[in-house]
Design a protein around this ligand. Structure first.
Ligand SMILES: [Fe+2]
Ligand SMILES: [Fe+2]
Length: 181
């Protein structure tokens, strides 16, 4: 006997469970990143987004309610990979001048994953006729995009400040030295 064909509805529910897990994990990662960040703006961005993300977890619970399914988390291997890379980088770059740049980069990898997932979920919700769910998912999607953009801007400043320090050291130590621009 042929097994029952899975539908877009199933894909939606499975992906929702994946993102539910990922989102909870991102709250923990953001809190940890906020503690580790040296740069004020970066720390503030992490703290703000940790709060937003806790709210995003609640939005997901509302989406489960809308589709009439229990809110369950399913291990998201992708987010596990991203957060364990972050842990590794945190150890490797701890107390180094590049630590904040590395933290911001790890956080952006997480945001990009979320943007991909929420984009898909929003589209599927619309296609399946869950207009209210699509609206909730879009609110989260916009927050993820905004956070990614903010992290890009902060990262550019962090990186410039980091390389300026290097350049200054180079010119003061060097005989005559290169002219810092
Ligand atoms: Fe999120
Ligand atoms: Fe996020």
């Amino acid at each position: 006997m042929a097994t029952k064909q899975k539908t877009l509805q199933d894909a939606f529910y499975e992906t929702l469970k994946d993102v539910y897990y990922a989102e909870k994990q991102s709250v923990r990662a953001l809190k940890k990143s906020a503690k580790a960040a040296e740069h004020d703006e970066l720390r503030q961005a992490f703290e703000t987004h940790a709060e937003e993300s806790a709210n995003q977890v609640e939005r997901l619970q509302q989406v489960f309610e809308i589709i009439g399914k229990p809110a369950r988390a399913k291990t998201c291997e992708a987010m596990q990979g991203l957060t364990s890379e972050m842990e590794e980088d945190l150890e490797d770059f701890e107390d180094s001048p590049a630590a904040d740049a590395v933290l911001a980069a790890c956080a952006q990898a997480v945001e990009h994953y979320e943007i991909a997932r929420y984009g898909t979920l929003k589209t599927w919700a619309s296609q399946l006729g869950y207009a209210d769910a699509a609206k909730l998912l879009d609110e989260t999607l916009q927050e993820e995009k905004k956070t990614d953009q903010l992290l890009s801007e902060i990262a550019e400043r962090i990186n410039v400040e980091g390389s300026e320090t290097d350049a200054e050291e180079g010119t003061t130590k060097g005989k005559g030295g290169r002219k810092a621009t």
